[in-house]
Design a protein around this ligand. Sequence first.
Ligand code: NAD
Ligand code: UDX
Length: 487
Amino acid sequence: MQLIKNEIKKRDHAIKNICCIGAGYVGGPTMAVIADKCPHINITVVDVNKDRIDFWNHPDVNNIPVFEPGLSNIISRVRGVNLHFSTEVNDEISKADMVFLCVNTPTKTKGLGAGKASDLKWIEACARQVAKSAVGHTIVVEKSTLPVRTAKTIQTILESSQPFNSESNGNKTFSVLSNPEFLAEGTAIKDLESPDRVLIGGEDNQAINSLSDIYSNWVPDSKIIKTNLWSSELSKLSANAFLAQRISSINSIAAFCEATGGDVREVAKAIGSDNRIGSKFLQAGPGFGGSCFKKDILNLTYLSEYFGLKEVANYWESVIALNEWQKQRIARKVVDNLFGTISGKSIAILGFSFKANTNDTRESPSIDIAKKLLEEGANLFIHDPKVEKNQIEKDLNIPEFKHSDYDENILRANNEEGSWMYKKSIKDALYNVDAAIILTEWNDYYNIKWDELSLNMRRPAWVFDTRSVVKPDEIKKAGLNLWRLGD
Ligand code: NAD
Ligand code: UDX
């Protein structure tokens, strides 16, 4: 009887219930958009992190744990209607026709492949949970970014949940699909609502159609690409590697411009006008951050080595090496320009998230640059419109400098080690500093009134602009020295 039910469920491929495991930067926004576009589908996002789920359920939608322009509006439309957030992982899996795996896949920190390979323990745990709790036929969708051939591991774990494959035990069936996510943080909602493409890799056509039918509710069919599983898994790693490579390429040219008198903005415009090159992702900066690029390239190099492709591994490794060099180079420029020492000097850090319009700080260049400046003994005044003080404390791994009666002379005299303080406003961050470093391209920084705020800076004062945010004339008029990346 159960087998007949499975067959009916398989044939009627319209999905009614989705469970998404992982309520992070991908799971939350992705499911919010699917729920918004598909009112006929009931979606529950589950997570083992109760705090995170509580924040997703916070009555004030401004307190949801992921900041993305447009997300809170969607959440207020669909939450409690056809989108739910819960910690009841097993229960929700059992109700679902389709389960998305949206969990973290960071770089391994120990064991075989440490520092390069992806840690798949969360994915494996999910596969085991799905194997245990699924009922009937379930389509399992890899949304996390995964090494090539992970679908095979997932399939093996799922199949092992029915050891005898007899009629009484074989009441669960699974199809595994790869459906990598290409959203970028800060523009996630726009990327999800009008994606360049949706990629679906798989072997079971019916399952592929079930998933593509969901996207067809708002994505034109011409943008839905269907491939085999391995092409899909590999395309995600390759796309991120290509994007990161462009950033390292333009950052290498920025250093070249500084040495030769070119201006990287002009060079980027000139080369980007070539249709074959294209103008996007040519913005020189302090180095790429975010949870994906470094991790995915490391994973690609690990796999290249595993398959005996040493030269391929070396090629992609150099993209990361240049990125690390860029961050160190910027810190060194600051020290050099401030007369070779920053010990006891105060420096404003403008921007702590890895890019504008997100509160995410994972792999943010600001972390490495701030750590380097702290090592040199600087007192940092850190400002970011969305990143909270606790997060900065976690990332720098040094408590915030606290002095009951904050006296700048005490700070300057006592801080061989360097110290940092969180500043709520740009004005406070710039008060009495020797320099300001713009590390994230937040809109607020484009609108700084340098002529007013520079009056409070300690002369001779510097502005270091790593994101091409300021207008050089305004800085000069305000009597400040300017260092611009790639100028
Ligand atoms: P995240 O760390 O923000 O969220 C992952 C969530 O999964 C966490 O809240 C964690 O508690 C939960 N989780 C882990 N194991 C679980 C389990 N067994 N059961 C229930 N919940 C569990 O990660 P993210 O940024 O959303 O990324 C998720 C995946 O998507 C990664 O593979 C990443 O590479 C990929 N990706 C990320 C982005 C991005 O911009 N962040 C873009 C595209 C793809
Ligand atoms: C990236 C990919 O773009 C996305 O497709 C994938 O799904 C996840 O990884 P994300 O890391 O969120 O997205 O942001 P992205 O816009 O790619 O920026 C990554 C880093 O590169 C940021 O630190 C950003 O400031 C930097 N960057 C980007 C540049 O320095 N210059 C550029 O021209 C573009």
